[in-house]
Design a protein around this ligand. Structure first.
Ligand SMILES: Cc1cc2nc3c(=O)[nH]c(=O)nc-3n(C[C@H](O)[C@H](O)[C@H](O)COP(=O)(O)OP(=O)(O)OC[C@H]3O[C@@H](n4cnc5c(N)ncnc54)[C@H](O)[C@@H]3O)c2cc1C
Length: 313
């Protein structure tokens, strides 16, 4: 049985939304297809009448500055993100995570929007964009009188996930058009780390990302965003750890203590293909202080090219 009958390459968001509306739940959005096609082949996602490929929508293939935001189109690949100096500078953790997703072939076609729409708790790009305080723009069709109209709405990333592999957006009826975040500025830095098996399945044993803002003296943490995956059914925002860090000295003792707070709020599981819960806990204890220290160093020095994200084990 074929996995789809028709393959559409719309030239605009309006056309993409119109196509989804026409198929009335029987079509599905595809980005690079690196997750979706495997999922369909393996029977985890049902066959569809049509795929709606966003890669020919010109506006969605770019990274642009809009007001305070850096805006990443849904067609932007991991390779494009890694190559963009504005992301390297203002969203270093995102450049680091997109730079280790799969191999070059996967990064050349796989998109950050697809990474987010797939809604896995340890998806690397997702974990970093969540730490940066990212948002997603959702486009859907609304019928008004006889006309159908495209409605676009920005939502915080944390509202995009319902459970493992369960997105709050229905990719058969609506689409992520753009993603955005406010780049780190003076006194701010971010960092990402993960532990991955060299030839392992597509997701890490554990990953984490941090965005830190320091005070003027660069001594204390003004605010922090910390994410860890997989540490629950959805990409995990470690709010207790964030609250703990606020106002503390940006120093190794604080960062070690923050890892203890994080261990009190994460929900780590043993997964047959990746790691035991004990191993994951040990990695949070070891890697979170390092990730915090790297973000603090970047906040102090403002030297923020992507670095080494972790070891293969
Ligand atoms: C060999 C291999 C290695 C990998 N390694 C990693 C890794 O290290 N880390 C990691 O995080 N991931 C990894 N992945 C998973 C995958 O490559 C990424 O999640 C990628 O970012 C998915 O993007 P995509 O554009 O290919 O999504 P697709 O496969 O096109 O789509 C994924 C899902 O999102 C939906 N979707 C896509 N775009 C949109 C949109 N704009 N709006 C609404 N819904 C949309 C689709 O309908 C589908 O349900 C790997 C995959 C492979 C095959």
């Amino acid at each position: 049985m074929s996995l789809w009958k028709h393959y559409h390459l719309p030239q605009s968001v309006e056309e993409a939304v119109e196509l989804l509306g026409r198929y009335d739940g029987q079509a599905r959005v595809v980005g690079g297809g690196t997750d979706l096609i495997l999922e369909m082949q393996q029977g985890h996602t049902p066959p569809v009448e049509a795929l709606v490929d966003l890669s020919r929508v010109p506006d969605l293939g770019r990274i642009v500055e809009e007001g305070p935001y850096l805006v990443i189109g849904a067609g932007v690949t991991h390779t494009q993100i890694v190559a963009d100096p504005r992301v390297a500078r203002g969203g270093t953790c995102l450049a680091e995570s997109c730079g280790v997703i799969g191999g070059p072939q996967v990064r050349n076609v796989g998109t950050l929007a697809g990474n987010i729409a797939h809604a896995l708790p340890a998806a690397d790009g997702t974990i970093s964009l969540l730490a940066l305080g990212g948002e997603a723009e959702i486009a859907s069709g609304r019928r008004q009188a006889a006309e159908s109209k495209v409605v676009r709405q920005w939502k915080p990333l944390e509202e995009m996930f319902l459970g493992p592999g369960k997105s709050a957006i229905d990719s058969t009826r609506e689409l992520i058009t753009r993603l955005r975040f406010i780049p780190t500025g003076p006194g701010e830095g971010s960092a990402f780390k993960r532990v991955m098996r060299p030839q392992g399945v597509a997701l890490p044993m554990i990953n984490m990302a941090v965005r830190l803002k320091l005070d003027e003296a660069a001594e204390r943490v003004l605010s922090a965003r910390v994410t860890i995956g997989p540490a629950g059914p959805t990409p995990f925002l470690a709010t207790q750890t964030m609250d703990f860090l606020s106002g503390q000295l940006a120093a190794p003792e604080t960062f070690a203590q923050a890892a203890k707070v994080a261990l009190g709020e994460v929900h780590l599981r043993t997964s047959r293909h990746r790691a035991t819960d004990e191993y994951r806990a040990e990695m949070v204890r070891a890697l979170l202080p390092q990730t915090l220290a790297k973000a603090a160093e970047r906040a102090r020095t403002q030297r923020s090219g992507p670095g080494e994200v972790g070891e293969l084990v």
